[in-house]
Structure formats: structure tokens, C-alpha cells
Design a protein around this ligand. Structure first.
Ligand SMILES: [Zn+2]
Length: 254
């Protein structure tokens, strides 16, 4: 499914597709931007990472704060494997049904969790990351990290984070919420192609065609690494990656 042009024009400051003047101009050419919302969860996210690896594809994962809190290793694995992460609120809030203050707090809570989990990489002993750890001088590294100022979102708009990408759950965001987040330095990443992988009323083949018939260089495509979408995603993602390879396009993170 394609996002209608008039909707894109209503919200020109949000990123719907590339090239877009609000992000770097060199991200054009034959590039597709695959995105995965609502994870990370152990049931499907590792599989997505394996599929992407097979095709040397980069992607962007818009994570829910409470999911990455439960799956810190999986969240770090996404980053270690070279993908981008983005904020999708702490517990999948609908902006239209949430007060601005509560909504912004929820986004910042997710960001805090993302940073905490990301920074814990250098302090938690984990066999998976031991090669990285061994190359670091633990004492110095720990000291340096403590010097990084903590996020003081309520005091200042200056943020220091592993990601400035934000995607509103359900695509629902009020103008005021959007404005505040942009002031804080977030890039609001929407999409031009929706796979519909979460939609129980469409077939796997329809879901595939939603993507294959609409995707073009510069497209931002939405999938979900969620239980709801799992069955369709397992069918559709390998096929979509094939189509993209056959056309000579490549997938990159945002
Ligand atoms: Zn979502």
C-alpha cells in the first residue's frame, strides 16, 4: 500500500521517502530503506537479522522501549550487525489518544532505555561481545562513558543519544507532539510503502504485492518484527529481498 501523496504533502517535515531534504542528500540512487517496527522480540527479530545478513542488507529497527528492556542482547545485536535503531515510544502509544506531555515523556523514557542498554555493552560481561571487550581497556572505557552527560530532557533540548530517529506508532502524532520532538532533534520517519504484514485480513501474497508493486529507489518500507506479523513476514521478507537484489537495488539503514 502506498501512502497517498496528499498525506505526504500535509506533513512535509516528516520523512516519507528519500531523497528528502531533511536527511543527507547523498542517500539516493538505488537504495531501499527497509524498516521493522515493534520489536525486538526473540520469536522473530533474530530470523529477520539472519535474512538481512544473507542479502547483505542494512535496515532500521524502530524498537519499543519495553521490548528492548526485556531483550537487551537482541537490541545490541541489531546495532552490532550494522543496522540502525529508532525510537517507537516506550509502550506503543497512540499520539492522538495521549496528552502531549505524557507522549513526550514516553518517547524520552524509551530513549533513556535505549541508551542505557546500549552503554551497558561495555560494562556487562557477555561472551557474545567478548572480542570487542578484549580490545578495550575496560577501566578507561568505563571512565570515558561516565563522562558523557546524562540526558536532561526536561531541562534542555540538547540530546545525546544513539539514535535521533523516531517513528510514531500507528503513524499517529499531533502537530504539537511532532513539533516538540523535532525541536529536540528527532527525525520523524514515516513511510511510503506499507506492507500490511500485521493485517489479518490480507493474504501473504497480497502483502508481498503491496511491497513489490510499490517499492522504488528511495522508498521507506514498513514491516513489523512482531508476533502479529510473524507468519506473513516469514513469507514476504525473503521474496522482497530477492526482488530488490534482482533489480540491482540495495538495502541500507537510515
Ligand atoms: Zn508500531
Amino acid at each position: 500500500m502506498k501512502t497517498p501523496k496528499f498525506v505526504q504533502r500535509m506533513f512535509p517535515k516528516r520523512v516519507w521517502t528519500f531523497p528528502n531534504s531533511s536527511l543527507s542528500a547523498n542517500k539516493i540512487g538505488n537504495t531501499i530503506y527497509l524498516t521493522f517496527d515493534d520489536g525486538p522480540i526473540p520469536e522473530i527479530t533474530p530470523w529477520v537479522l539472519e535474512e538481512l545478513k544473507k542479502h547483505h542488507a542494512g535496515a532500521t529497527f524502530f524498537c519499543i522501549g519495553e521490548n528492548l528492556e526485556k531483550q537487551p542482547d537482541l537490541f545490541r545485536r541489531i546495532i552490532v550487525e550494522g543496522h540502525s535503531v529508532g525510537n517507537h515510544t516506550f509502550n506503543h502509544r497512540n499520539g492522538w489518544k495521549t496528552s502531549t506531555e505524557e507522549y513526550i515523556d514516553n518517547v524520552l523514557k524509551a530513549e533513556e532505555e535505549m541508551n542505557k542498554v546500549h552503554e551497558a555493552r561495555s560494562t556487562i560481561v557477555h561472551p557474545k561481545y567478548s572480542p570487542v571487550r578484549n580490545n578495550m581497556k575496560d577501566g578507561n572505557e568505563g571512565g570515558k562513558r561516565e563522562d558523557i552527560p546524562k540526558i536532561k530532557s526536561e531541562i534542555s533540548d540538547q540530546r545525546s543519544s544513539i539514535s535521533n530517529l523516531f517513528r510514531p506508532p500507528y503513524g499517529k502524532l499531533t502537530s504539537r507532539q511532532s513539533h516538540i520532538l523535532q525541536q529536540k532533534g528527532y527525525k520523524i520517519i514515516m513511510w511510503d510503502v506499507l506492507s500490511g504484514d500485521f493485517d489479518a485480513s490480507i493474504s501473504e501474497d497480497n502483502c508481498f504485492r503491496n511491497v513489490s508493486e510499490n517499492v522504488k529507489p528511495g522508498s521507506i518500507v514498513v514491516f513489523h518484527d512482531s508476533l502479529k506479523a510473524e507468519k506473513k513476514l516469514r513469507y514476504v521478507l525473503p521474496k522482497v529481498l530477492e526482488v530488490i537484489s534482482e533489480k540491482g537495488w540495495s538495502c541500507e539503514k537510515i
